[in-house]
Design a protein around this ligand. Structure first.
Ligand code: LLP
Length: 419
């Protein structure tokens, strides 16, 4: 459930009319709802009651400081995958002891930053990475807390580009090698094994792959403990899907996911860490755009929007579906139209054959479910500057990232004097 609702035929974000934001801030603009972020976080956390998991928001989904600060206030920790994300999480007020560091390619500088900050755990994905962490920790005279990310070789049944738990993916340590890595850790003076980690993919719409992966991880925890390792954390990653298309059955609710985890982990006595990204932020944001032109082609109608693939990559990159809704209800009959951006690429399409009433230039259109993997994946392709971001809370709103100007982009380039 989100807080983007129609009132007397006009879409609001909480108590703010989207037309007000578009007029004041311009379009395209990302609009986030605080109440939706908080609601998703709370619903997710409560799905595990009476357990009290550490919910580490996957910062890669949305790293805006205002979004992170909202979630920090609600009690969230952070799952980060770079030094940049770590700095963002800390700057937004997320305590280091609630931060886990994932990713296959942490550099020595990033490791040092995280060790100095005193984060909760490193999720390690290869033996060379473990060796590097041991060396960095030794140079600082500290001991690094480590979970090994295991690759459970489970088919997440999601889009190939966001599936991570199959043997052919670059992520995690194979089942066969994981025991050896924990034995290796015993010999390292500056590494302490504290847990086990798994993440099998994103936008999962079934629970069975989770059950299969988590059951394997539970077996691993038991066998590691039997071998004398003090395993007290189990990090189950993120990945629970969200509804994007109102005409398709919604993925399982957080309550069902929580019940599954309680069931699979019953009696294990481990602190549970979770890394949801999309579930928290996805439906808490929209990309608000304006129709530039209605172009009537030979056999189809195009609505050319001022937003484009550089602002929201997901449709072009994953053929992702985003619901497209006019901000003001329109009169007349519905027909099928394509919603496209102005970028010079055939893949700059937000939706084809979408049922819509007739729109005209200047009308506002909301591209929904854009709060996760939206602004964070944007680029300046076609020299289109990064768009503004706005956060709404009740009847108030604030620009939480100003629009970048083309002049700022030009100023970033340097022309050597020998040209
Ligand atoms: N933990 C790890 C280690 C991850 O790699 C990811 C996502 C998450 C947690 C959060 O997953 P979530 O709960 O958001 O599904 N750009 C793609 C999604 C890439 C996800 C990458 N990893 C998209 O727009 O669909």
């Amino acid at each position: 459930m989100d807080h983007f609702n129609s009132r007397n035929g006009v879409m609001f974000a909480e108590d703010v009319d989207l037309r007000t934001i578009a007029d004041a801030v311009g379009t395209p603009v990302y609009v986030y709802s605080s109440a939706t972020l908080e609601r998703h976080f709370n619903v997710f956390h409560e799905a595990f009651a009476p357990l009290d998991p550490l919910v580490c928001f996957a910062v890669k989904a949305n790293s805006n400081q205002a979004v992170l600060a909202t979630l920090a206030k609600a009690g969230a920790g952070a799952d980060v995958v770079s030094g940049g994300e770590l700095k963002r999480a800390l700057a937004a007020g997320i305590a280091p002891e609630k931060i886990v560091f994932s990713g296959v390619g942490k550099t020595a500088d990033e490791m040092r930053l995280a060790l100095e900050a005193g984060i909760l755990q490193f999720n390690i994905e290869s033996e060379p990475e473990l060796e590097a962490l041991n060396a960095v920790a030794a140079s600082l005279g500290v001991v690094a807390p480590v979970s090994v990310r295991v690759n459970p070789d489970v088919d997440a049944k999601t889009h190939a580009k966001i599936s991570t738990g199959k043997a052919e993916n670059k992520f995690g340590i194979s089942w066969q090698k994981v025991d050896m890595l924990y034995e290796r850790m015993r010999t390292m003076a500056n590494i302490k094994a504290t847990g086990v980690d798994v993440h099998i993919g994103s936008q999962l719409t079934e629970l069975e792959p989770f059950r299969a992966a988590f059951a394997r991880v539970v077996e691993l925890v038991k066998s590691l403990r039997a071998a004398g390792h003090d395993i007290h954390h189990i990090d189950l990653g993120g990945g629970l899907g969200i509804p994007y298309d109102p005409d398709v059955a919604a993925p399982p609710a957080p309550a069902a996911y929580g019940a599954l985890i309680r069931d699979v982990l019953a009696g294990l006595d481990c602190r549970i860490i979770l890394e949801p990204g999309r579930l928290i932020a996805g439906n808490a944001g929209i990309l608000l755009t304006r129709v530039l032109y209605e172009k009537i082609g030979d056999n189809r109608t195009f609505y050319i929007l001022d937003g484009a693939m550089n602002d929201l990559m997901r449709p072009a990159m994953y053929d992702a579906f985003h619901h497209i809704v006019p901000v003001e209800d329109q009169a007349g009959d519905s027909f099928a139209a394509d919603f496209v951006g102005p970028v010079c690429e055939s893949s700059d399409v937000f939706g084809t054959g979408r049922a819509t009433k007739r729109l005209k230039a200047g009308d506002l259109v909301a591209i929904k479910s854009a709060g996760a993997y939206g602004a964070v994946m944007s680029s300046t392709y076609n020299s289109r500057p990064l768009v503004a971001e706005v956060l709404v809370k009740g009847d108030a709103y604030a620009v939480v990232r100003p629009r970048v100007e083309v002049e700022d982009l030009i100023a970033m380039d340097k022309v050597p004097d020998w040209i």
